[in-house]
Write a protein that binds this ligand. Structure first.
Ligand code: ZN
Length: 569
């Protein structure tokens, strides 16, 4: 254990303790260290002792002593943090030449696309656009066990919705013969071998950094093993491994898998192939072959950079520039299939388009605009810090897009009846938007209206209230039902303004209000509220998918004639 890492641990522990009333914890310090120094992920056991020691020594210091030590040894921690700037566009790309940049978005069709996919797709497409280059959509479809046409199609639909255009659309499996060719090249160069060890033994050996006997086999034997993988061996009985370095600190380099046998039917190729390249091998070969100049992946793949370069070096193939960004995930809205799938299976969430989810389909259905997602993602840029974004960050971008063209409609919740006497007209006109010219609508009215029970609470005989767009009413009776007289030239100041719906034409809808799906890792049983509300009949004339601002409530998207979904305030 060198002193640098100890000093780093002390710095992190002091900072965290100082920010939290003088106390920190082992696991917080560990996760911060692993977040900034991924090379220690394989050495957790070696550093955990030091962390524990340092944390306990820091926790024994008074807040004042902690501050003193920070001032002496880590003064940069006390400098005010730079504010994250909202920026237009992405930072310049290293080594990029105008007209020559080629990027790619390689989703695996093994699930519904979500906000994390949007981030990768938008960043890659945007860089290609910035440099007048090309962006390739490559369906990374070499694990038939997990992949389905359903997901492939959903990814296409999601990307279309985001408005991302690709210059080339292909599938990784288009190049199966090329993977075989390159695999054999590695075998014949002694850089790959067929391993027939059991799965448990392989992982045990990796942990103990020991080579297995298969790695001693000669090229002839490996060629025979390779041939047998296409016929004789069953899945799991043999794999091709890259000759990396079983002693490497980076566990990814300990003779990783290049090919494995999968007998599941592939969603487009059926049973044509059974020997499939691993993710690492496929991505290395494809990025080089497709002419990718800049390859981006999310940060959890950072340790694979070394392997991808090693494979391409052995094959004498061109290497792309590789960079990494943090995964995008919202607080309380996990993107992991492992978490979402059981929720759907247990019926806790209706489907992948449930408005509580971070899938593209759900965001669209909730009323989030594709342009807002794009602006939001570009504002985050290429940050590597793994922070959870609050959903309101996206909401504030979306509000700018929906405000200008959302029709304003009245809506009442838990209605009470109000009878208006002496009403001098039978219809009124109200503007559809307070500022923008979105026309007017006519509301027919016979004197019987509904008001919300929150507003009704404050009504007393003798007071005047203003019904928005209609005029003043002097309340005469308060009971289960309310009554009042229309007042010409009524009071104007200090008057309660309330919204209303004509009783006769009131249209009942269900309003879904999505809340945070998880709170502190626990499923939130109250994550979806269902309100039965009444709105104007004009609602029926709006198109499905139109955004509405229900007055004094917030933005909502029309989901159907009988249902709307709350977007945000
Ligand atoms: Zn082996």
């Amino acid at each position: 254990m060198n002193d640098d890492i100890k000093s780093e641990i002390r710095k992190v522990a002091l900072q965290n303790a100082f920010e939290h009333e003088g106390k920190t914890q082992d696991k917080i310090v560990l996760s911060k260290i692993l977040g900034t120094k991924p090379e220690f992920r394989s050495k957790v056991k070696e550093i955990i002792g030091d962390i524990s020691e340092i944390v306990s020594s820091v926790n024994q210091l008074s807040l004042e002593d902690q501050k003193k030590e920070i001032e002496e040894n880590f003064p940069d921690l006390l400098k005010p943090k730079e504010k994250i700037e909202e920026r237009e566009g992405l930072p310049p790309l290293q080594g990029a030449e105008q007209g020559k940049v080629v990027t790619r978005f390689p989703p695996e069709p093994n699930g519904y696309p979500h906000i994390g996919h949007a981030k990768a797709a938008i960043i890659n497409a945007e860089y290609a656009k910035m440099y007048g280059g090309k962006c390739i959509l490559r369906m990374d479809d070499t694990n038939p066990e997990a992949e389905r046409m359903e997901y492939h199609a959903a990814i296409k639909v999601g990307l279309d919705w985001l408005g991302i255009e690709f210059d080339v659309v292909k599938s990784t499996s288009d190049d199966m013969e090329f993977f075989y060719e390159k695999g054999m090249e590695l075998i014949n160069a002694g850089k790959a071998y067929v391993c027939t060890c059991k799965r448990e033994n392989i992982s045990q050996n990796r942990k103990e950094r020991k080579a297995c006997k298969c790695s001693l086999g000669d090229i002839n034997k490996n060629n025979q093993g390779w041939d047998k993988m296409f016929q004789k061996y069953k899945p799991g009985e043999a794999i091709v491994r890259f000759r990396g370095d079983m002693k490497a600190d980076n566990a990814v380099m300990r003779d990783p898998v290049l090919f494995r046998i999968i007998d599941e039917k592939h969603y487009t190729l059926g049973e044509k192939y059974r020997v499939w390249p691993s993710y690492d091998f496929a991505v290395a070969i494809e990025d080089s072959k497709d002419g990718i100049t800049h390859a981006f992946r999310s940060k959890e793949f950072e340790l694979r950079k070394e392997l991808i370069n090693a494979i391409l070096d052995e094959l004498g193939m061109r290497k792309p520039y590789q960079d990494f960004f943090s995964r995008l995930e919202f607080k309380g809205m996990p993107i992991s299939k492992r978490i979402l799938k059981p929720l759907i299976e247990e019926g806790k969430v209706s489907w992948y388009d449930d408005p509580r989810l971070p899938t593209l389909e759900a965001l669209r259905r909730r009323g989030i605009k594709a342009e807002a997602i794009k602006k939001f993602i570009l504002s985050l840029g290429l940050t590597k810090a793994n922070t959870l974004a609050p959903f309101d960050a996206l909401e504030s971008f979306n509000r700018k897009f929906v405000d200008a063209d959302s029709i304003r409609l009245f809506m009442v919740n838990k209605p009470k009846k109000l009878k208006i006497n002496k009403l001098p007209f039978s219809s009124i006109e109200v503007p559809n938007h307070p500022i923008n010219d979105m026309g007017k609508r006519t509301i027919e009215i016979d004197g019987n209206v509904l008001i919300g029970s929150d507003d009704a609470q404050n009504l007393k005989p003798g007071i005047q209230v203003r019904l928005l767009g209609l005029g003043n009413i002097a309340i005469t009776k308060v009971n289960e039902e309310f009554e009042g007289d229309f007042v010409e030239d009524g009071e104007t100041s200090n008057i309660q303004k309330i919204q209303w719906i004509p009783q006769k034409t009131a249209h009942e809808i269900k309003l879904l209000v999505p809340n945070q799906l998880f709170i502190d890792e626990e499923f939130n049983e109250n994550s979806l509220e269902e309100l039965e509300v009444y709105t104007e009949p004009h609602y029926l004339k709006l198109k499905e998918g139109e955004e509405i601002q229900f007055v004094r409530f917030g933005y909502c998207r029309k989901d159907s004639q009988n249902q709307a979904i709350f977007t945000h305030k």
